[in-house]
Design a protein around this ligand. Sequence first.
Ligand SMILES: Cc1cc2nc3c(=O)[nH]c(=O)nc-3n(C[C@H](O)[C@H](O)[C@H](O)COP(=O)(O)O)c2cc1C
Length: 198
Amino acid sequence: MNSLNVLGIGSSMREGSYGTMTLKILLDLIERYEAKTRLLDLRELKMPIFNPDSSTGPDMEIQKMTDEVSWADAFILVSPDYHGSMSGSMKNFLDHYWEEFAGKTFGYICTSHEKGLTVMDQMRTAVRQCYGWSLPYGISVNGEEDFNEMGAIINGLLDKRLNILAHDLVVYGKLIREQFLQDISNDVSDTFAARYRL
Ligand SMILES: Cc1cc2nc3c(=O)[nH]c(=O)nc-3n(C[C@H](O)[C@H](O)[C@H](O)COP(=O)(O)O)c2cc1C
């Protein structure tokens, strides 16, 4: 694998979302490493509520999203803290996928006034349930304190943490993805990846 494909998911419906602003900054930092990035802003995509009974087949918006999810080797999930939980749009996004997340690495950002640890834990739980791998830490953003009116980060610690996350996601994401793909392509049966062989 020459470069890692990283997909950032923004899940705030708010115009001027601090989370989506932070995600854009992070994706730029990730580009400094051997990685390509894309942004999927759920505010713009108008994803239908997941319906397991849907018989009409995937609509255009979902197909577009599925193409992006399949392209990705690693993800950044970004959610506002809503009552200690992830946003409904993030949960809905996660509900649409399962095997597509296996063997891929996830990083987390939560915009919150209270660090958003429960929010990131919930996203991590959903990802684990889909056999995705998570970085052991996440980043919390407290919008009004961390940004100025121009949309620039004024908290040096946040700046540093984003740089660390950019580095770690690419380095660990690549290791995990390469091993997963290698395990799929060989004929060893006692591996985590074996069940994902076609
Ligand atoms: C319905 C709702 C519930 C919220 N619940 C919490 C909460 O439990 N804890 C918290 O710290 N902030 C809470 N907030 C504040 C948002 O998490 C905060 O404004 C965040 O910056 C929004 O992210 P965004 O700028 O990316 O949209 C809540 C906001 C809304 C609209």
